[in-house]
Design a protein around this ligand. Sequence first.
Ligand code: OGA
Ligand code: MN
Length: 314
Amino acid sequence: MTAEAASMAPEAPSSVAFSNPQALTDDLYRDSPLSIRPLTTHMGVEVIGAGQVKGTPEWLRRTLNFLWMEHGVLLFRDLDFNEADQVAFSRMFGEQEVHGRLELNSREHPELLYLTNRKDLGLPEIATQSNELDWHSDQTYLPRPALGSFLYAVEVPPSGGNTYWADMRTAYDRLPEETKARIDGTIAIHDYDKVNKSYGGAANDFQKSRTSLCERHPLVRTHPLTLRRTLYLAPRMMTRIEGMDEAESETLFTQLEAAATADDLVYRHNWRAGDAVLWDNARVMHRRDAFSADTIRFMRRTTIRPPVEISVPF
Ligand code: OGA
Ligand code: MN
């Protein structure tokens, strides 16, 4: 090659890639070991291959954080996580929250909350419930609600106990313009007592000392990370809208819940042991079916806080 020709040739990104074509496929353009499968048309994907990755490398952290925000719900199957594995995996998504129900947390790893009807773990009665859990988003009674929840199935009953997630972002997009105009800028009151009355588990002293357990949140939020307008509902926790009486508020909640739980906006998961689901509480709400109290269901949850600078809903 003449000096002139060489100076006109496009710059090679790497001499290795050009001198060894094999290296190009092996190193520079290697496929991710992960793949995704949609769970519904609008929300949720199964992430295939994450359980085979050793540790929590930076590329995995980046990919999963992107998918979580993009899809709202991530399903992982065939994991074999002990408690330390679950905490390490969950840390990829942000700061871990120790749940205020200290009596339900793992002794060795307090970041883990036990949701189970097992009677041999010394947990108080509230954990042993096997009844339905109605639509909610986690910890909306706190001033800084959880951004993420990561639920891992240790043991599942032969039937029942399915969990459902509903896409409040697509639900908002679909609302008639008059409804959007009516609810934009309104504030809902989220009261822990309301939900506790139906489950029979009063707040403990630690929870009471930390916050009022009754918070105001906008009914429509701009999601702090995706910047998409999104309904922010916890119908069984919300008592009313500021400036509206309870009856009018309840009618509105029922209407918005119906919009958010349209068949095509809901993913239903039938659990196998070793499954885990990570969801974005600022985009989806969830609920759980009842299951027979004679069968065992044992789930462990970690909870992910939003970065402090963006945690105040707006
Ligand atoms: C939760 C929750 C539902 C379930 O972990 O926040 O609501 O299926 N769990 O156990
Ligand atoms: Mn929940």
